[in-house]
Design a protein around this ligand. Structure first.
Ligand SMILES: C[S@@+](CC[C@H](N)C(=O)[O-])C[C@H]1O[C@@H](n2cnc3c(N)ncnc32)[C@H](O)[C@@H]1O
Length: 218
């Protein structure tokens, strides 16, 4: 079991992380990086939202808004929020849609009303959040029965070095194990309905070790 610090990463460094992303925002959309690392979890999130019929959706840690704007384009939505703590990433995102509600905010303090949404999603960002605090916010903004879908890094035996580094309380991110992620969701009031590795066929799963966890607000 990790200490509280190790389950949330070093919070003092979260500002440095979001400033880092502001600096790399233009390079972030480079095609190979997107195809190999970022798109596969986004495909899985879109499939989950489509299956659930979600219409009022927030993408937390939305970065340059690739997933957020795709959700708006491909699904029948009423409200779509894109929330990120990095001004540089959001500046890129704003170019993608004039109708997404882009919000400069932290996952831990969402500028969204209680019970306003029927889905909250996050891809490749949860490891930067204060997990219990962010999940309390996800729970607060969701209506009863609302969907949560979190795709994040998955520490595993094949990524033991990554696990050692990201478990340090000095590191600004922490990727909880699958089991720890399920417990975090349950502690926040979600029923966990599925958890699986992200598929990148024909690439082997160890190349980018990540997973998606799905839950419902109880
Ligand atoms: C690797 S990017 C992922 C972006 C996007 N979800 C994607 O799939 O391409 C991680 C994002 O998380 C954001 N982030 C980090 N900590 C955050 C926090 N506490 N609250 C909101 N956003 C945060 C960063 O600014 C960055 O844009």
């Amino acid at each position: 079991m990790h200490s509280t610090a190790a389950t949330t990463g070093n919070r003092a460094l979260n500002r440095a992380i979001t400033q880092f992303f502001s600096g790399v925002a233009r390079a972030y959309d480079t095609a190979p990086l997107q195809q190999v690392v970022y798109r596969p979890p986004q495909h899985e999130v879109v499939a989950e939202l489509r299956a659930a019929g979600s219409r009022r959706i927030a993408d937390i840690g939305c970065g340059t808004g690739i997933l957020t704007s795709r959700i708006e384009r491909e699904l029948r939505t009423e409200i779509v929020y894109g929330v990120d703590a990095s001004p540089g990433m959001l500046a890129q995102a704003r170019n993608r849609s004039a109708t997404v509600l882009w919000r400069h905010a932290a996952a831990e303090h969402l500028p969204i009303g209680d019970g306003e949404l029927d889905a909250v999603v996050s891809t490749t960002a949860f490891h930067f959040f204060d997990h219990p605090v962010a999940l309390r916010e996800f729970h607060r903004v969701l209506a009863p029965g609302g969907l949560v879908a979190i795709a994040t890094m998955r520490p595993s035996a094949s990524a033991a070095a990554l696990q050692r580094v990201t478990s340090s309380p000095l590191f600004p991110a922490h990727a909880p194990s699958g089991r720890a992620t399920r417990k975090l969701l349950q502690d926040a009031g979600f029923e966990v309905t599925d958890q699986r590795a992200i598929r990148r066929f024909p690439l082997p799963p160890w190349l980018v070790p990540d997973m998606i966890t799905i839950g419902r607000r109880a």
